[in-house]
Design a protein around this ligand. Sequence first.
Ligand SMILES: [Zn+2]
Length: 448
Amino acid sequence: MRTLYYNAYIITMEEGIGILEDGALLVNNNLIEDIGNSDDMLKKYTNNNKVDFEGKIMLPGFVNTHTHSVLTVLKGLAEDVNTIKAVYGWMTTVNEIITEEDSYILSRLGQLEILSSGSTTIVENSTKMNGVAKASEELGNRIVLSAGKIHDYELEPIRRGQYIYNKEIGKQTMEEAMLLIEKWNGKADGRITCNLYPHATETCSMEILKEIASISKNEKMGVTLHMAQNTREVQRIREVYDKSPIEYMESVGLLNRNLISAHCVFLEDSDIELMGNVNSTLAHCPVIINKRGFTAPTLKAKKEHVNISLGTDNMFGDIIDTMRYVLTSSRIRTGIIEDFTSKEVLEMATLNGARAIGREDDLGSLKIGKIADFIILNKDSINLLGYNSENIYDLIVLYCDGSDVEKIYVDGKKVLDKKVDTDLISKVIKEGLKVSEKIWSKLETFDL
Ligand SMILES: [Zn+2]
């Protein structure tokens, strides 16, 4: 089926096309078949469905490269604590006590929050992932399921500084990863894919990381993990291996362009150079990291050609708001105002995200041959006051937020229209609240 979407202000994020002020997009099934000026395209394509976007702003859907949708349940709880307490106290506990059904309901809530702010693709890192996949299948977004949360050090004792090796956990989480991949990779018309997810550098032995590297190479599968996210991790890897976390990943064969390293807060300059040499990805999640008092060395990463993508991480889903944090946190860290342009930040959320998941050929921008994942912004928002081709990138990055997104299309289909789908939105929130209340009452019994 072909549909012509016309009368749109299209920000293609594609060099050579740029902005089409009165643009049209011809979508055939899930692919962009043509793009151009509305008048020309209306004359050229007469026998197909037509949708008039009434001058609204169209952008490629955002590729959000680090999320934990289930952890929406911790909004307002795991706050004002350091990363170690948040991760190995609150988050580990939630992951242990939820059922697959809880995961489905909570993840649907989290994924809806993320989707409604414009992220059409997410790299999702949870446990009980069958529930997460089911939620995505229903919502219609695109998801890379990070498989296994593979680790062979027990998680909870790390909160007290204890590292307990447990080969059985390694075996079990690796098996879970393989089962998930078998069940979901390529499902939902290809919207669901999988990558490998070793949890973090200090929770995985060298042995298990080498096994993951070998599977990744043989199956051509991407890998993602938490990298250099707290000082204890860095200290631990230094004590045991006499390496930095990045050097540790390099030594097991995992530092390459198929690796997405989330956070990367505590990096040495030499680590950034190593990442840049192989065009590896830094999934920058400034909202959560800033809340914990830090930020990633993004300016140095840009200079060394690291692929910087964006993530909303946990308890939060608005990637447009995240873009503003990219600029403010970098400028506070370096004092340099000319560090990034707004357009570069928008590229992090689109093209760089697509590159991070190895999908630069079909996602991340709007051009012929790519998949039709796009979003529509409300042009009448006060945040976009007086927009033109000169200021539009600044207005989006510095002033807009997720509430300015009106409609979301994935794989050529409209999956969410916020003005129309109000019943769906209330149902997801209501059911999410019910399960959240159950989890909150259970959490009260833990010493977190
Ligand atoms: Zn994370």
